[in-house]
Design a binder for this molecule. Structure first.
Ligand code: PMV
Length: 341
């Protein structure tokens, strides 16, 4: 466990960070501890270069609680509880009692299956640690981000990252680290945006399923253990064929376990299935690509750079696809000059 270097609380300062969103190649869907966001299985992700969050943290002695604006709106109470959890831990480590004003601007549309909370909490952890004068290493920042939102742990290291499930009850060994830097495999990431706000948050979905709702829960988690190993093999070989098998299989297994849940957890819309079909057709025609789906109707497609234009065009033509966002794999969370004020 990293031992932080606390500084006197007089060293408080304004700090800003950018963190990328990330897309899981093998998913996190199931918790062994829902307060600390400790997962039942490890997961692997790619960070998205320019889709993410800018967050500014300004400690202020005259505030009597933390306040946060996200895209110019007050953060909802459930979100605020998670933000306070991260800030309370930082205050404990830095021996401070000062609250902060925070402002976050997302470049990812919220609640559409694109995990805007991942980038938001990773940016919060990095900016707030700096604002309160802490010097934390990557694993410590990843653990902090994890307490806000599990998948945020993977946005801290960026590139291609693995989040170790860990075994310790306090989560000391549950953090993400980079497997490969962003330029290891110059994949393109296309997001076929489908549908409005999702009706079941990932927190609620995991809670429903964790309560014994899905008869496939055990099989799903066992599959994750195997898929994490298979995914690492595919990445080591940079083999899109092998990656497609594990990434698509893992996402479909997750959604199968949700569909079988009582009550059912259904995120898909007709366009979701249409995109799946299109990707399978493109691959049959020789395009190196594969799809994955998080807790939403949107579909994320990974492909080799030379195929990106053709893939993007096909996705844009599908009825129900509102927009196709295009990016590449990018680095992790970092301090930046202020933005979005
Ligand atoms: O970190 P959360 O609570 O937003 O959960 C993310 C869950 C999935 O996006 C569905 C899967 C994942 O590994 O990112």
């Amino acid at each position: 466990m990293n031992s932080p270097t606390p500084r006197p609380s007089t060293e408080l300062r304004r700090a800003s960070a950018f963190a990328p969103s990330n897309i899981a190649l093998t998913k996190y869907w199931g918790k062994r501890d829902s307060t600390l966001n400790l997962p039942l299985a490890s997961s692997i992700s790619v960070a998205l270069a320019d889709l993410g969050s800018y967050t500014v943290v300004q400690p202020a002695a005259d505030l009597d609680s933390d306040v946060m604006l996200v895209d110019d709106q007050d953060l909802d109470p459930a979100g605020m509880v998670k933000v306070r959890r991260v800030l309370d831990e930082i205050r404990k480590l830095s021996n401070s009692q000062v609250f902060s004003g925070l402002r976050s601007v997302n470049t990812v549309p919220a609640a559409r299956g694109l995990a805007s909370s991942a980038s938001a909490f990773a940016a919060l952890a990095v900016a707030a640690a700096h604002a309160y004068g802490l010097e934390l290493d990557g694993p410590a920042l990843s653990r902090l981000a994890r307490t806000g939102s599990g998948s945020a742990s993977r946005s801290v290291p960026g590139g291609i990252a693995i989040w170790h499930a860990g075994q310790q009850p306090d989560g000391a060994d549950s953090y993400a680290e980079q497997l490969y830097p962003a330029d290891y495999w110059p994949l393109r990431v296309l997001v076929a945006r489908i549908g409005g706000r999702k009706k079941i948050s990932s927190t609620e979905g995991m809670r429903l399923q964790g309560g014994g709702g899905s008869p496939y829960q055990h099989a799903w988690i066992e599959q994750c253990h195997r898929d994490v190993a298979l995914c690492q093999e595919a990445l080591a070989l940079r083999s899109m064929r092998r990656l497609a098998e594990v990434v698509e299989g893992n996402a479909l297994a997750m959604h199968a376990s949700m569909l079988a849940n009582r009550p059912p957890i259904i995120y898909w819309q007709p366009a979701t299935l249409a995109v799946i079909d299109a990707v399978r057709q493109l691959r049959a025609e020789g395009c190196d690509c594969c799809f994955t789906i998080d807790a939403g109707a949107s579909v994320v497609v990974l492909c080799e750079a030379q195929d990106a234009r053709v893939v993007a065009q096909s996705l844009a033509e599908i009825e129900g696809v509102e927009e196709v966002l295009q990016t590449r794999v990018g680095p992790g969370a970092r301090l930046v000059d202020s933005r979005g004020e």
